[in-house]
Design a protein around this ligand. Sequence first.
Ligand code: PEP
Ligand code: MG
Length: 581
Amino acid sequence: MEILKGIPVSPGFAIAEAFVIASRNLDIPRRFINESEVERERDRFFAAVKVAQDDIRALQNRMEPEIGGEAAPIFDAHVMILADSSLHDEVIRRIIENRFSAEYAVSRSLRKFEKAFYSIEDQYLAQRVADIQDIEQRLLRALLGERTHELEELKKRVVLVAHNLTPSEIASIDPNYVMGFCTDVGGSTGHTAIVARAMEIPAVVGLRGISGDISQGDTIIIDGNRGVVIINPDSETIVRYRGIADDFHQFEQALYSEKDLPTVTTDGVKAVVMGNIEFPREIEQVINSGGKGVALYRTEFLYLASKKAPDEEIHYQAYCKAVKHLNGRPITIRTLDLGADKFFQKEAPMHENNPQLGCRAVRYCLLRPDIFRTQIRAICRASAHGQVSMMIPMVSNVEEVRRTLDLLREIQDELSTENIPFDENMPIGIMVEVPAVAITMDAYIDLVDFFSIGTNDLIQYTLAVDRTNEHVADLYKPSHPAVLTLVKNVIAAGLKYNKPVSMCGEMCADPIFVPFLLGVGLRTFSVPPPLIPEVKKLIRSVSISQAEEIAAKVFTYNDSRDISAYLRNTTREIVPDWAFM
Ligand code: PEP
Ligand code: MG
C-alpha cells in the first residue's frame, strides 16, 4: 500500500481499478499487464506497426509532388525499420517476458536501439538516431490514438490515472464508469478541475509522477476531500474508506433535502446562489440543486467539444437550449475565454511562451472579429427569448470594453435592419479577474451594467502564480490579504455606484469564504451546481453582523495561513455538524 498526497480538486471518494492513460507528451509511464492481456498487447503492437507504415506511405505520396523522389530512400528506410524482425522480436519479448504494455515495450526497445546507434562512431549511423526516434513516436501515436478511443468506450468502473487530462477529455467521459481520476500535473482552479467538480467526479491532481507509479489494474482509492491517493490499499483501509464514503453520501443527501429553503441569513438578509455551467445540459443540475439561474456560462466549451469554430447557428441553438431549460430564470453568457489552460498548446492558434499572460479571452476575440461577431450575434438573437446578459472575460483595460461595445452596437443595428428580434436592453458586464480592473473600478462603472469577480484568475494574476502549475500550487492562496483586499474593494465600488457585483470564481464555492464574502457585502454567489446546497446552507446559518465581524477580523492578519486557519475555525463554529470541513 502506498499513500500519496496531491491537490484535492473535486470532493468525494472513489475506490476502483486503475485505468492508466499513457502520457500525451509520449514519455511513456511504466505499465504492467496481466498474463491474459499478453495476446491483446501483441496484436496492438502489430496493428500499430501497420498504421505507422501506412502513415509513412501516405506522407510520402503527399510530399512527392513538392520534393520529387529525393526523399524516397528516407521513407523506404522507415518502412523497412518498422518491418524489421529484430525490432519485432525485441518488443514482443518485453511484452511476454517483462509483461510490459505495448507502449512501454515499444518505448524501451526503441530507446535501446537509439543508445546502440549513439555509441557507434560513424557519423552517418549516428544521424540515424533521429529516424529511430521518429519511428518510436509514430508507433506510440498509433498506440495512444487507440487508447483515447478505448477511454471513450470504457465499460467498467475505473479510476483514471494520467499525466494530464484536458477539460474536454474530462467532459467527454462517462461518469457512470469513471469513478474518479488523478493526474501528475494541474492546480485547483484549472479548467480540468472545474469540469470535474461540475461532473461530481472525485479528483486529485498535482501528484507529480503518479502516472508512472501506477500499473493497469492496481486498486486505487481517491480521497477528493483531502487530496489523498492510496495505491493498492490493504483490506482494512478499503473497509474504512467505504465507511467514510457512505457518511459523505449521507451528508450530501441531507444538504440536498434543504436545497429549496430560502437563501436568507439568520438576520433576514437575502442572498442569491446561482450556478456556473460549461454545457446547457448542466442547467437541470443547477435547478435541481436549488440554484436561481446561471451567472456564468463558459461558452468556450462549445469550441473544446468540436475543436473548430462553431458557426452562428451552433452558438444560437446552444444558447436557446439553455434559455429554454431555465424557463424564465436569468443566464449570463460569457463570451469566449479561449486560451491558456483551455487549449492544449498544440491546439492553440499561435505559439506563446506564457499563455496565461498571452492572447486569451477578449484579447483573442478582438484579434479575430469574425469569431467574436459570430458569437455576439448569436447571443443577441438568444436574448429575444429570455433573461440573457452578456459578459466579457479577462478585461484588462477600458479600450477592450469600448471595442466590444462598438462591435455589439454594430451587430444590433445589423439585426434591426434584418428584422431579427433581440433584447435592446440586454445587460452587458465584465469579469473582474485582472488586478488592473479591480484597482480602477471607477473607470468601468459608466461603461457596463454589472461586474462578476473571477477569483480563479484574480488570484493567479495578483500573486503571479499559474493556476495550473502544481509546482507553485502552495503559493496559490485565495486567503492572501492582497486578494481579499481587492475583492473587498470591487464589492465596495459596486455598492458605492449601485452597480451589481457578483462572484463566479471558485472562492465563493469554498465554505470557509462564504461568511467573509457576506461580511464585505457580496450577495450574489455563482458556484458549480453540486455545491449550491452547501453554499445556501452556510448563508442560512450566519448573520450579517457576525459576517461583518469575521471580515473585519480577517483584515487584522497579514499572513494567508492565519486567515485560512481563522476562517476554517469560524466556519466550524457556524456549522458544527459538518464533519467534512
Ligand atoms: C475565474 O477566473 O474566476 C473564472 C470564473 O473564470 P475561469 O475559471 O473560466 O477562468
Ligand atoms: Mg477567469
